[in-house]
Design a protein around this ligand. Structure first.
Ligand SMILES: [Fe+2]
Ligand SMILES: [Fe+2]
Length: 266
């Protein structure tokens, strides 16, 4: 582990700096749910790559424990600042729904293409935590989200490395890779986050449980917070990288894809 939650002194948290920030609360909860649910994904992914010792080992020994630590770290932070919120109950009801949707069928049809799609997911989380670290008015949260962001960028690099290895064998053309990237980009836009936010709301504010207007408003606020605090340039570069575009092609395709990445990020 490049860093350990146990080494961070949570008593240094200054709750007064963030307690009233509802948007931040929902964003952190939704991130903590998706991270904590990631062992399900990992198991599926390890299974998909079980013939490849190298990838399976990295997924099982590094990626999974790091993602789960992200979940634990965010949970610990939430419970420190918002002790009234029953994180565990809300997570359990979220996980009941999430685990139904998260199956092997949703993987890309080939190993290289799934690795390209994983690059998109890591691009998305790297962007989210970069934005949270930038925004955070509270030092311990800034420290945590900076650690997490660094992990996500490293995850991206590994998936990108493995993608290249597999794509040399599979020889997928750019259109196929682009298809995988766009499909996953559209998937990460709201599906999981909206599901998480709904379950947080249902536990936080039962009077508005499942209220579509409230969920939409929270989602829009969260998206604004993320977008305000991040320049999408780096995210767009990460998104385009697996296409390995020659410079002359980049100009044509970059504008519409940049728009799509902007749209998809939160
Ligand atoms: Fe993560
Ligand atoms: Fe990650």
């Amino acid at each position: 582990m490049p860093w350990r939650l146990e080494d961070i002194d949570l008593s240094r948290i200054d709750p007064g700096l963030v307690k009233q920030d509802e948007t931040l609360f929902f964003l952190l909860c939704s991130a903590s749910f998706i991270e904590s649910g990631s062992d399900l994904y990992t198991r599926n992914l390890v299974d998909y790559y079980r013939d490849d010792q190298d990838v399976a080992d990295w997924l099982g020994l590094h990626w999974e424990p790091e993602e789960l630590q992200h979940g634990r770290a965010l949970r610990a932070y939430i419970e420190h600042v918002w002790p009234d919120f029953d994180w565990e109950s809300a997570f359990n009801s979220f996980f009941g729904e999430y685990s139904q949707r998260c199956t092997l069928e949703e993987f890309e049809p080939t190993k290289a293409l799934e690795l390209a799609a994983r690059c998109v997911v890591e691009m998305g989380t790297a962007t989210l935590y970069r934005s949270l670290a930038e925004y955070s008015p509270e030092p311990v949260l800034r420290e945590l989200t900076t650690h997490i962001r660094t992990d996500e960028v490293r995850h991206y690099k590994y998936f990108y490395l493995y993608f290249n290895r597999y794509n040399t064998l599979e020889g997928n053309g750019r259109m196929k890779v682009l298809g995988a990237l766009v499909r996953r980009l559209l998937e990460i836009r709201n599906d999981d986050a909206e599901c998480a936010i709904r379950h947080v709301l249902n536990h936080r504010d039962p009077a508005h449980a499942n209220d579509k207007a409230t969920i939409d408003r929270i989602n829009a606020d969260a998206r604004r917070l993320v977008q305000r605090n991040v320049s999408a340039d780096m995210s767009v570069k990460m998104f385009l990288k697996p296409l390995n575009l020659p410079p002359r092609m980049q100009n044509g395709i970059e504008v519409p894809l940049t728009r799509m990445v902007h749209y998809a990020l939160r």
